[in-house]
Design a protein around this ligand. Structure first.
Ligand code: 16Z
Length: 453
């Protein structure tokens, strides 16, 4: 089908900027805004829903919500402290909310008064964060919500000529803000879009296409998530011909693809994840505290995404005063400590093409390399690790990544099947570096091997 505003290419981008993004594998998402101050509570009641939705869940009239800006002093905000923690956590890129659904802007936008310059803090938080993160060697991406509960011209549906005119004004406003962001912060590497699922946006596929073009003119090499886009007919993420729009699939939210689903490897993708069950903004209540994921669970997810050639974007919701919850900070350090020892299995790695899903964790590999990493996130209670190599391959060497001198004695059960034993298996996530080579003879393997543990 002929489309004017569909996918701009059929194959993944192979330019240097895209390859850089692809090699990062682990990024930090940051949701911070006025919602971090009430932190899931309103007039003493805890709302067990995403804290950034409090305006809706607690039925707060918009003008009352907007008054929160007058309390936004962020006296504990320290961009360098956030960036230093992020660097220690092992992330290679970070994506900051510039404007979430409530319309509040973390930079002094010339197109609205509802911004951080007009608060007691009177600061350009985005500018400070871009500079600090880049000083720490972390690439910066900007999140922008097209949905806007503050702007009078926002519409969910276009049911009248008046709606059409208002929404046209709204789209001009949003385009202006996006151009403003690209011009103020030209060193950013990409944009992450949200709030694009309503009928009003889907009826404006052309605008989403123009945004992508315009931002890419302003910033060469820019990377844009698939969530921005709708095509001529309102199809999202993938156009009406089934081709991916934007530069990578960004639809995996609080869920990951099945670990054996190799079809996702055909394109670039990124999954975003919350630390508590379902809040992106800081939520101070027991609901959020008791659903927190552990470092081990999050490390499992990082390896899971890497094993399918995808990136993992882990969200942090800093507190209303600008400080980071000590539990979140501790988690970031734990993940970072693991990556400092085991990052070779993650950064720049992807699917181990000829290896099947092992059940006890994940295999990762750098394209066309003879080295494969076995990330063991679920150590078998039998304390034996089965390594099913691709048919016709042999194991030349196996070492424990964090302790290469340790003598391992892999047993060869048959030509491409090995077994590793580690007496006192650790409770940590272990990574084995495996070196393989083609065996002299081709061996017969099961015609339809099941998942092997
Ligand atoms: C309930 O439907 C949702 C859930 C999450 C609507 C929007 C979202 C927003 C979150 O606030 C966060 O920004 C996440 C990335 N986004 C999809």
């Amino acid at each position: 089908m002929e489309l004017n505003y569909g996918a701009s290419r059929q194959q993944p981008r192979q330019d240097a900027a895209m390859q850089r993004f692809r090699e990062h594998r682990f990024g930090q998402f940051v949701h911070w805004g006025l919602y971090a101050m009430p932190a899931g509570y309103w007039q003493g009641t805890e709302y067990r829903f995403a804290a950034e939705f409090l305006q809706k869940t607690a039925n707060i009239p918009e003008p009352e919500w907007a008054e929160l800006a007058q309390q936004f002093s962020a006296e504990a905000f320290d961009a360098d402290a956030w960036a230093a923690l992020a660097a220690r956590s092992g992330v290679k890129y970070a994506t900051f909310t510039t404007k979430h659904h409530d319309g509040f802007c973390l930079w002094p936008s010339q197109y609205t008064d509802f911004h951080s310059g007009n608060t007691p803090a009177a600061r350009d938080f985005i500018g400070e964060l871009v500079a600090a993160y880049q000083r720490h060697g972390i690439d910066v991406y900007l999140y922008y919500s097209v949905l806007d509960w503050h702007h009078p011209d926002w519409r969910y549906r276009l049911e009248s000529a008046e709606d059409q005119q208002a929404f046209k004004r709204y789209l001009d406003f949003a385009m202006n803000q996006l151009v403003e962001l690209a011009q103020r912060y030209p060193s950013v590497k990409g944009f992450w879009f949200d709030g694009t699922w309503d009928e009003s946006v889907k009826a404006n596929g052309r605008w989403t296409w123009e945004v992508e073009q315009r931002l890419k003119e302003l910033i060469p090499g820019l990377i844009v998530s698939s969530r921005l886009r709708a095509d001529d007919l309102g199809a999202r993420h993938r156009d009406s011909n089934g081709s991916l729009m934007g530069d990578y699939e960004s639809g995996y939210e609080r869920r990951l693809p099945d670990p054996w689903d190799r079809s996702v490897c055909e394109q670039d993708w990124e999954a975003c994840m919350t630390i508590p069950q379902a809040s992106w903004g800081y939520h101070a209540g027991p609901w959020a505290k008791r659903t927190r994921k552990s470092a081990a669970e999050l490390i499992d997810m990082i390896a899971h995404c890497t094993s399918l050639s995808g990136n993992f974007l882990l969200n942090f919701g800093p507190r209303g005063d600008g400080s980071i919850d000590p539990e979140d900070a501790a988690l970031a350090e734990q993940i970072g400590n693991w990556l400092a020892q085991n990052g070779a299995a993650i950064y720049g790695k992807g699917v181990a093409t000829n290896w099947s899903y092992p059940g006890w964790g994940y295999y990762t590999q750098e394209a066309d390399s003879e080295t494969v990493y076995a990330v063991v996130t679920k150590w078998p209670t039998a304390r034996r690790l089965r390594l099913q190599l691709p048919a016709g391959e042999r194991l030349l060497a196996a070492t424990l990544l964090r302790e290469p001198a340790l003598q391992l004695n892999p047993q060869e059960l048959e030509t491409s099947l090995f077994e590793l034993e580690l007496g006192n298996s650790s409770e940590e996530t272990l990574v084995f570096e495996l070196t393989t080579a083609a065996a002299e003879e081709q061996s017969w393997t099961e015609p339809n091997p099941d998942v092997m543990v």
